[in-house]
Design a protein around this ligand. Structure first.
Ligand code: SF4
Ligand code: SF4
Length: 411
């Protein structure tokens, strides 16, 4: 028992990688920077086309070039290359974005908005400003389904009090009824840790969930929670649902009164000798992290899976830029058999929680009318079809493309 607790503790250790030589900033349609510019730490350097996702520079330095790399989705994209001058200069000296400590709803959302929380996947809190008056509950997911992924576990373990404190503040500022933190019932180390502090937060309750794959799907957790509260009027619109990772980023904005420029990522898998949790600057290249701190297995082809092992995107290179949205990177030995022909076993349909026909969707990618009829847009991107397929067909990726095609035509 003693040694297994020790192992878990060392698994949750966080190291820092905060002095990258270079950071990469995605080029937007209307980029505010160009080659030759000097940029300060905290400058807004990227705004996406929909105006709902911004990136602040995580270092001060000079834009020296443009280079193609892979983004957090594993897609090729052009990035500005910024050389770090290691001075960490901010525009307003040791600048802050806001000095308010007593928040009301508006000042709170303003601060989070300026701090760059918008557009981070899972950050339901900020994507639904308009619903702010309907919110009743804050639900925070610290559940870890896969035994080899531990980013949520690492954050809750290292920042237990900060997470609870931040949840309490959100409940208070938004006038919510209650907050809940969800954790795997087998995660006894973190249950113990949370129970040490939760007594000081009467508005926060712990929910233990059984170890069941479908919790990976937010929709299932939300439905479970709606039943759990026994509040007959409770519905999805009443719930602010975030991961513990997003609550930690909110905490960092509030504590430091500064935009998000750093985050904690977990690099794990059988392609490396030692799993790591690293605090890194947003925009750092996985390649630089790998060269300086990761002990890869030698003479071994590797696959890098960006995101979860089951529904993440696998790429063969580490030319990947760390974004605010990326938290897990699985490095695995590339020993997989090549994709082969579909053997019509039907497993992909049997396993699909939405009862779709993934292989049929793949075979009809160029027929949008057919894609509509076979309800491709209902896919919840759980990745089970790809996982189960004996022919190693990446069905999940094809279904994502199909969904995009149908959505585009409906615009
Ligand atoms: S990813 Fe595959 S299994 Fe999951 S909902 Fe979509 S089609 Fe079904
Ligand atoms: S699981 Fe794979 S092999 Fe089986 S029917 Fe689906 S696509 Fe074909």
């Amino acid at each position: 028992m003693e040694s297994s607790v020790y192992k878990i503790k060392s698994m949750y250790k966080i190291e820092e990688f905060l002095k990258p030589q270079i950071i990469y900033i995605p080029m937007g349609r209307t980029s505010s920077i160009k080659i030759g510019d000097y940029i300060y730490k905290g400058d807004v350097v990227f705004i996406d086309d929909k105006d709902d996702y911004i990136i602040h520079s995580s270092i001060s330095g000079t834009v020296v070039n443009v280079k193609d790399n892979l983004n957090y989705l594993g897609e090729k994209q052009s990035f500005f290359v910024v050389e770090n001058d290691f001075k960490e200069k901010t525009r307003n000296g040791k600048g802050s974005i806001c000095k308010k400590v007593k928040y009301n709803k508006n000042s709170f959302f303003d601060l989070l908005n300026t701090g760059g929380i918008m557009g981070i996947e899972e950050s339901g809190l900020c994507q639904n400003f308009l619903r702010v008056d309907t919110y009743k509950y804050l639900l925070v997911n610290a559940f870890e389904i896969s035994p080899i992924e531990f980013n949520n576990g690492c954050i809750i373990n290292n920042y237990t009090e900060s997470i609870l404190e931040c949840m309490d503040l959100i409940i208070d500022v938004l006038g919510l009824k209650k907050g809940y933190i969800i954790i795997n019932e087998n995660d006894y180390v973190n249950i113990k840790k949370i129970n040490q502090y939760i007594g000081s937060y009467p508005n926060i309750e712990l929910i233990l969930l059984t170890n069941f794959y479908n919790w990976k799907c937010d929709y299932n957790i939300l439905n479970y929670f709606i039943d759990f509260t026994k509040d007959e009027e409770n519905c999805i619109d009443n719930i602010i649902f975030n991961s513990v990772n997003v609550i930690f980023l909110i905490y960092e904005i509030l504590k430091n009164q500064k935009p998000i420029t750093e985050k904690i990522i977990t690099i794990c898998g059988n392609g490396i000798r030692k799993n790591k949790n690293l605090k890194v600057k947003i925009g750092t290249s996985l390649n630089e992290i790998g060269l300086k701190t990761i002990d890869y297995l030698k003479n071994q082809n590797k696959l890098f899976i960006l995101g979860s092992l089951i529904n993440g995107k696998s790429v063969c290179t580490d030319d990947v830029i760390i974004d605010k949205k990326l938290k897990d990177i699985n490095v695995i030995k590339n020993e997989f058999l090549k994709t082969t022909e579909c053997i019509k076993c039907g497993l992909c349909h049997n396993v699909c929680p939405m009862k779709l026909y993934p292989i049929m969707i793949m075979n009809n990618l160029n027929n949008v009318n057919r894609l509509k009829k076979i309800k491709a847009v209902e896919c919840i991107e759980c990745g089970l079809c790809s996982y189960i397929c004996p022919s190693k067909i990446e069905l999940n990726e094809y279904v994502k493309i199909a969904k995009e095609k149908v959505k585009k035509e409906n615009v």
